[in-house]
Ligand binder design. Sequence first.
Ligand code: BES
Ligand code: MN
Length: 460
Amino acid sequence: MTNNTQLNKAIDAFQSNYQGHFNKFIDFLKIPSISADSQNSEDIQKAAQWLANYLRNMGMDAVQIFPTKRYPIVYGEYLKAGSNKPTVLIYGHYDVQPPDPMNEWKSGPFDPIVNGDLLVARGASDMKGQILAGLYAIESLLAVDALNVNLKFIYEGEEEIGSPSIVDFLRDHTALLKSDFVLNLDAGMVGENAPTIVYGLRGLAYFEIYVQGPDHDLHSGLFGGVVYNPAQALAELIAGMKDKNGRITLPGFYDSVIPLSEDERKELARLNIDDEFYKEQTGVEKLFGEAGYTAIEQVGARPTLDVNGFKSGYLGEGPKTVIPSTAMAKISMRLVPNQTPQLVNEQLNAYMKAHAPEEVKWKVIQLSSDPASVADPNYFATQTFARALKEVWGVDPIYKREGGSIPIVSHMKNFLGTESVLSGFCLPGDLIHSPNEHLHLPTWKKGILATIHFLYELGE
Ligand code: BES
Ligand code: MN
């Protein structure tokens, strides 16, 4: 493969255009396209425009920005390879997570800086860098007239808030999005020298629980002791959702969970990702989780329940003696195959009915939620990608079920019947969703080379 001149020319084209590519990347990172915060809705529009322009300048056709109820979807295509060549649907999300907590950033989240091998900015790794990895690979092949596959592009601006518009969009544009498979670079690698194929993702069910006590905040001296404090009630409810062994106590929660087979456990153990790795990545001295499972088993194949935020009472400076009238918690569950958001919603409501004290009122609201997905690691395009990774890294890729979620993957399969090739060049230490997110540039460049190999081989 490597002695092929056209392929080598494409790789040369990438190297010689690198600086120009990199400058564009910086421009993209400067747009604070935070989907969770409605104050950034204009920035989201800007990022969509930026991508659409980028596709047009690359010579892609039919570039369009489709509005949705919330944030737009950018579409484009290149169908010049002809009908005897495969059509790859390239997926990405141009939105990013909020940068908070701001004071922990050593540089501005939207003022990208290069620090040695690292490019530091919100979205550098998750996933503006991965979007551009795909586009730079395509441009490199185009530059030497070696792009022999058809392409379609779908970029959304709502992935980090659970892709609330994606199902409707897929339903309404089934014909437009018809392709042989999806290339999704929103997953990551196990380590710098361990290119990775992800063949499963957990789903996510997201809830807000509201507890209401008195109808206004009360003086805690005049009224303390005679009303059930809603913060206390919610804290107790949350505390009861897991037992001391890390097992989730919602009624029937594990009934639909498919047990890990002995073979799967052996496979996971072979990955050599031990508990030490998780201690290093998190900075904790002792891990906590579901008893009887290793960390890697928990992350890939077991469901979780976590508090993502809790709000009640006075949080400003100094004391304020108050009994809050309300409390709210954001609770999310990572789901494994066979569990559905609907099912865990019912289980959460059943738990609340059984345990909420009668002195408070409560309600559970479900935010955008999506099921898990598993794919066939032997799918032909996945195997083509695996060969491309090996070509560049010199080692066979690792196959892994990942703990994160990418909502579109299960919907692509269910609504369009389309498989996804899931990989990416994000490293576990990239601090995605955390302060000081960064991209490891040498890994990213290798990833671009692998994507060039992949698209080239597909066109052969
Ligand atoms: N890119 C991540 C998911 C990911 C990271 C998968 C690393 C595999 C390896 C994605 O952007 C993400 O964070 N998704 C959210 C989705 C949620 C809001 C529905 C997540 O997992 O929290
Ligand atoms: Mn992402």
